[in-house]
Design a protein around this ligand. Structure first.
Ligand code: NDP
Length: 241
């Protein structure tokens, strides 16, 4: 039986590339989404990957959703915490709703999604939790105090959870993508984006598939000695570790 991989926000953008690459690598894959049913159905039809709708910020919805995935496909061996949103704006103009939405979706989801699967991974002696942070969680970014806070939190979450589970065959790692060509980046004003690309030594935006390739490695048996790692994949834009 192939291992089961669950990818949040797996129906478009980076998540869709991850789900597709994991399926190609032989995993049984479930992809979740929030509200874009049309996109999710098109992705399902195109790839044959099972899709599930729930809000990753809602603890009860995550419990129920993971139970549904388990009933349909089997227990989750690989969890990719990828779903994320931005609500950009300067902090002195930011309202609490924009703060809360970004912290809930990008950071609370680490708890709500990982907590229901961790016991099973520990009991079975195998698990992979792969969290998608961001270059802007490493270096900060104008207009993204909420997002940078959440994504920096993802790094701390990754390292602490990695320590707790290192002896149980469960690894926890995170990836900090730079600017990747998805809907999220399409929302950045053109002039700002031009300025960003000028700062990328490789001279272009990244491709979702370039993040997916690293996830496939982190999901595999070959990565067993890597845990608590922060993989920086950003075209050389910020060389932090
Ligand atoms: P997209 O906006 O293209 O896709 C986001 C996905 O997440 C969608 O499937 C969306 O579902 C889902 N989603 C959003 N909110 C929720 C929620 N509350 N519950 C469940 N699912 C949700 O994002 P990207 O592919 O660009 O980004 C993916 C991840 O990578 C995010 O965590 C992002 O912060 C991170 N990242 C992205 C970078 C980039 O340059 N694109 C750079 C660095 C990090 P639906 O389709 O229903 O809306």
């Amino acid at each position: 039986m192939s291992r089961v991989a669950l990818v949040t926000g797996g129906t478009r953008g980076i998540g869709a590339a991850i789900a597709t690459a994991l399926k190609a690598a032989g995993y049984t894959v479930a992809a979740t989404f929030a509200g874009n049913v049309e996109k999710a159905n098109a992705f399902k039809a195109e790839t044959g990957i099972a899709v599930f709708q729930w809000d990753v910020a809602d603890p009860a919805a995550c419990e129920g959703g993971i139970a549904a995935v388990t009933a349909e496909l089997g227990p989750v061996d690989i969890l990719v915490n990828n779903a994320g949103i931005t609500r950009d704006g300067w902090f002195h103009k930011m309202d609490h709703a924009a703060w809360k939405a970004v912290l809930s979706t990008n950071l609370d989801s680490m708890f709500t999604m990982s907590r229901p699967v961790i016991d099973g991974m520990r009991e079975r002696g195998f698990g992979r939790i792969i969290n998608i942070s961001s270059i802007n969680g490493q270096k900060g970014q104008l207009g993204q105090v909420n997002y940078a806070t959440a994504k920096a939190g993802v790094i701390g979450f990754t390292k602490a959870l990695a320590l707790e589970n290192a002896r149980k065959g469960v690894t926890v790692n995170c990836i900090c993508p730079g600017y990747i060509d998805t809907d999220m980046v399409a929302a950045v004003p053109e002039k700002v984006l031009e300025g960003i690309i000028a700062q990328i030594p490789v001279g272009r935006l990244g491709k979702a598939e370039e993040i997916a390739a690293a996830v496939v490695y982190l999901a595999s048996d070959a990565s067993a000695f890597m845990t608590g790692a922060v993989l920086t994949i950003n075209g050389g834009q910020y060389m932090a570790n």
